[in-house]
Design a protein around this ligand. Sequence first.
Ligand SMILES: Nc1ncnc2c1ncn2[C@@H]1O[C@H](COP(=O)(O)OP(=O)(O)OP(=O)(O)O)[C@@H](O)[C@H]1O
Ligand SMILES: [Mg+2]
Length: 244
Amino acid sequence: MALLDIGEVSVKFGGNMALTEVTLAVEPHAVTGLIGPNGAGKTTLFNVICGLQAPLRGTVSMNGINIAGYAPHERSQRGMARTFQRLELFGSLSARENLQVGAEIPRRFADPQSPADRVESAMCLVGMEAFADMRADRLTTGQARLVELARALVTRPKLLLLDEPASGLDADETAAFAQILKGLAGAGMAILLVEHDIPLVMKTCNKIYVLDFGRIIAAGTPEEIRQNPLVIEAYLGSPAEVAS
Ligand SMILES: Nc1ncnc2c1ncn2[C@@H]1O[C@H](COP(=O)(O)OP(=O)(O)OP(=O)(O)O)[C@@H](O)[C@H]1O
Ligand SMILES: [Mg+2]
């Protein structure tokens, strides 16, 4: 059974369908990619999954339990965490303090690790010790993206939703980021990755879904997606541009 199951989710904004009958599954021990052109509906789907956007129709299940009626904080308590496309750190707090805020979220089950321990573990996982005491609004984009990831990790999620986490990262930072994601998936996490950096997606993901105008037009392995004519037409462009 997948950790997250999205069943025929539709979302309408005014007269426009932002999502139409989207079905996808996110498995543990894997990175699942969600790609597609600007405006395809990727962030809207994240908002449905984490409870910020009510769907018109469709189901969202975690571990087989329908979580449609759960508020965002209840989804967090059940093991869901996300990052945002636009960086959403508390600028006047230090990097470490941004993590402490996340670590204080009440937990549904007793956790052997204290909030302080979870902060230290998350900092270590992403490698942010060097700038832990800097104000968040003084960090480079690459550092700030790591803090966002670490803040999601302090809740020790089973399901991690990442909305364009490599946006603004240079090549070295992106390579390091890919290693972190593989490590998290290797340890059992279910990761749903929205990203326009196609080489990163191709290298990191076990399975990829492609969204176009609110509909899933393809799903498969990186190799299958790379060669899919519909995906090349809608998003990827010529095969040469997709070389990883
Ligand atoms: N709150 C809203 N009200 C009305 N329309 C919205 C709202 N949020 C998103 N939309 C529209 O829904 C569609 C999907 O937007 P969404 O932000 O989900 O796309 P996306 O795939 O994340 O794009 P990008 O790659 O640029 O981040 C777009 O046409 C967008 O303008
Ligand atoms: Mg988006």
